[in-house]
Design a protein around this ligand. Structure first.
Ligand SMILES: CC(C)(COP(=O)(O)OP(=O)(O)OC[C@H]1O[C@@H](n2cnc3c(N)ncnc32)[C@H](O)[C@@H]1OP(=O)(O)O)[C@@H](O)C(=O)NCCC(=O)NCCS
Length: 238
């Protein structure tokens, strides 16, 4: 039986965290891999979880409490999504709820806090999932679900009622070389055969863990697999 242990890593775990990050991302350019200084700060701020599988570091997740969003806005977006029964245009969400246009804006380029700017509010009532990664040699064991479920459970226990993230669509490039927003939306709507879950594994783990795929985000991040698209994953934690 696989033994799973999830810990709150500290700066002492920096090397393990960086090794998991490097083992997680496919070889699609360094742009997707966070550097050591970003992890050092996240660890100091206590904004990560580290998963061990059978005693080996195997998965990491980073998060923040976003300064740009509160739970009441999240509840309103969820309500609008249910009324609409379909995607909400990204432009509408950025205009009406002031959501950051892309992942870089939402996370201050993954740096979270610098002297100039911060995207983290330690007293915020939401949690923003910055990035999750699982060692590619351990794919298919559902480790990502342990990381997401643990993060949501801990967020809920500390009083957060909304979680969100700018998810990826890493299988979009398998169907298109470039895609329109309508094609990206149709891709996100495609279901894994025999399920009501997204066919794209980048969206599937969010939905399995209770997220709604609210909106397709154009130019979400420089991400060749996702043709730079992303999507807003929003979880109600009540
Ligand atoms: C996305 C990621 C976190 C998934 O972690 P994981 O623990 O390997 O996920 P699982 O084992 O639960 O697999 C999830 C599903 O995706 C499928 N899957 C995983 N990687 C896949 C791949 N490269 N291609 C196709 N399917 C894949 C699995 O078969 C599984 O299918 P199921 O839902 O039918 O069981 C991991 O692949 C990863 O670290 N990728 C690089 C970083 C990334 O994209 N992070 C997410 C956005 S920040």
């Amino acid at each position: 039986m696989t033994e799973i242990d999830i810990i709150k890593p500290t700066i002492k775990n920096l090397e393990e965290v960086v090794a998991v990050e490097n083992a997680a991302w496919p070889n699609i350019g360094d742009c997707m891999v966070a550097d050591i200084s970003k992890f050092a700060l996240r660890l100091k701020l206590g904004l990560m979880w580290l998963l061990y599988c059978d005693g080996h570091p195997a998965g990491i997740i980073s998060y923040q409490y976003p300064s740009f969003m509160d739970a009441s806005a999240g509840e309103k977006i969820l309500h609008e999504y249910k009324q609409r029964e379909g995607f909400i245009p990204w432009k509408k969400l950025t205009q009406e709820y002031h959501l950051p246009q892309n992942w870089y804006e939402a996370t201050h380029d993954g740096k979270i806090i610098t002297e100039e700017k911060s995207t983290h509010n330690p007293h915020g009532d939401c949690v923003f999932l910055i990035s999750v990664g699982v060692d590619a040699s351990l794919k298919g064991k559902g480790l990502v679900n342990h990381l997401i479920a643990h993060t949501l459970q801990q967020a809920k226990a500390s009083g957060k009622t909304i979680a969100l993230g700018y998810g990826r669509l890493p299988q979009l490039h398998q169907s298109y070389q470039t895609a329109t927003i309508q094609q990206a939306e149709a891709h996100l709507q495609q279901q894994k055969p025999g399920t009501d879950l997204p066919a794209d594994f980048g969206a599937r783990f969010h939905v399995v863990n209770g997220a709604k795929a609210i909106s397709v985000i154009p130019h979400a991040m420089d991400d060749p697999e996702s043709l730079d698209y992303g999507f807003l994953a929003l979880y109600g934690l009540k």
